[in-house]
Design a protein around this ligand. Structure first.
Ligand SMILES: Cc1cc2nc3c(=O)[nH]c(=O)nc-3n(C[C@H](O)[C@H](O)[C@H](O)COP(=O)(O)OP(=O)(O)OC[C@H]3O[C@@H](n4cnc5c(N)ncnc54)[C@H](O)[C@@H]3O)c2cc1C
Length: 376
């Protein structure tokens, strides 16, 4: 059976796979995206789509700030604004006891030369979010942060890929690989692909994919839950999270409230399914109505979960395989990879094209999660 030949095969048609494909295609590479189900089927289609630099791990701040600059010109990159609005993100203190953690965080990032997180008092908080319960005393704010429309973003990245002649192949799962000369042969059911470069953007299944190439990577899984309500009149513009509670709260352009914050359901990787734990999810609804009294009694329209890979240090895996030539990993975004989408594709392109990158990615090296090989 003859194999379809490409310069780069990206495995996984989530946003990270599409972003990598887009950036690589723009360097003139012939690129395919191989997706087991359909583009955006998993985390990228389930995401809350918060675009957040606020509270990032220190190691992620440089690429997160670069990604934020890209979000502010996202229409130039993918030809559509992706529903992105920079209304800010806030981390709210409900009591005075919660303020020291926020003050320390601001001091820490300022000492490192960053200025994107700023302490605000109760009066400024009230001005930014009038609907917030009056018991809240202050917050940390990142004013250039915001949120996007996840489905519009997927469509925009997909269309931009297609405009660059990326071959997007759906209903096509990678099952086995073989080395043939300088190429990888990718076996996907009845179809065969060959390429010297493979990008592993397989999300929650990325460790399984890596293992096909001989990379044993320790990876956990998460199944974050979301709530969306009926439509309401405009209530708030920024995205609000709160110290000590699992809550992320925002209002979409359509008026629905979108409530998340990382409460966990159950994931089943073999069946590619995840399920809601309603007892746990009730904590999110409770936190939302504590913080926003106006939402008490609002009807919940839908709940869902999405499956994603989680690393032990909650930092992503971005970099070349230390074992398999031509294999590059991009996964393990641990619940906060949406914001990084535009920049990670650019980083992978540096690595594929130049063999190196000026961006700071040492903390994301795949090797840190690779198990010791048992001597034969
Ligand atoms: C509920 C929820 C809320 C979130 N909220 C936010 C947020 O507010 N802000 C933020 O920054 N991030 C958020 N995230 C995280 C963010 O959505 C993810 O980090 C991001 O979407 C990951 O994209 P991905 O392309 O790596 O993975 P995915 O979108 O999961 O894509 C991986 C793809 O690989 C495919 N695949 C797997 N194995 C194979 C195979 N063998 N062959 C072919 N294809 C394969 C899968 O079918 C899947 O489509 C959230 C995530 C969830 C689940």
């Amino acid at each position: 059976m003859s194999a379809e030949a490409f310069d780069v095969a990206v495995v996984g048609g989530g946003l990270h796979g599409l972003s990598a494909a887009l950036h690589l295609a723009r360097t003139g590479r012939r690129v395919t995206v191989i997706e087991r189900r359909w583009t955006g089927r998993h985390a990228s289609g389930a995401t809350a789509a918060g675009v957040r630099t606020l509270g990032r791990d220190i190691a992620e701040i440089p690429i997160s700030l670069e990604a934020m600059a890209m979000w502010h010109r996202i229409a130039d990159i993918v030809g559509d604004p992706c529903g992105f609005h920079a209304h800010g993100q806030l981390r709210v203190a409900e009591t005075g006891e919660h303020m020291p953690a926020l003050l320390q965080r601001e001091a820490k990032i300022r000492s490192l030369g960053y200025a994107h997180e700023e302490i605000i008092d109760a009066a400024e908080l009230r001005r930014l979010v009038p609907a917030l319960s009056p018991h809240c005393v202050g917050a940390l704010v990142a004013r250039r942060d915001g949120a996007a429309d996840p489905h519009r973003t997927i469509l925009a990245f997909r269309r931009a890929c297609e405009a660059e002649n990326v071959a997007i192949v759906e209903d096509c799962g990678l099952e086995a690989v073989d080395r043939q000369g300088d190429d990888w042969l990718l076996v996907c059911g009845q179809r065969r692909f060959r390429a010297p470069v493979v990008v592993n953007a397989a999300g929650a299944w990325a460790a399984r994919l890596a293992a096909l190439f001989g990379d044993e990577i320790a990876l956990g899984v998460r199944a974050s839950m979301m709530i969306v309500t009926e439509r309401l009149a405009p209530l708030l513009a920024p995205v609000v999270s709160v110290v000590g509670r699992a809550l992320s709260f925002k209002q979409s352009d359509q008026g629905t409230l979108v409530i998340g914050g990382g409460l966990q359901g159950a994931a089943d990787l073999d069946r590619e399914r995840s399920s809601v734990d309603f007892t746990e999810l009730a904590k999110g609804a409770r936190a939302a109505s504590d913080l926003f009294p106006a939402v008490r009694g609002v009807r919940i329209a839908r709940c869902w979960t999405g499956i994603e890979a989680q690393t032990h240090d909650h930092l992503p895996v971005i970099g070349a395989s230390p074992n398999a030539p031509g294999l590059f990993h991009a996964f393990g975004f641990s619940g906060h990879g949406f914001q990084l989408v535009p920049v990670v594709g650019a980083i992978l392109t540096d690595l594929v094209v130049e063999g190196t990158t000026r961006r700071e990615i040492a903390a994301f090296a795949p090797r840190r999660l690779m198990q010791e090989r048992v001597a034969a």
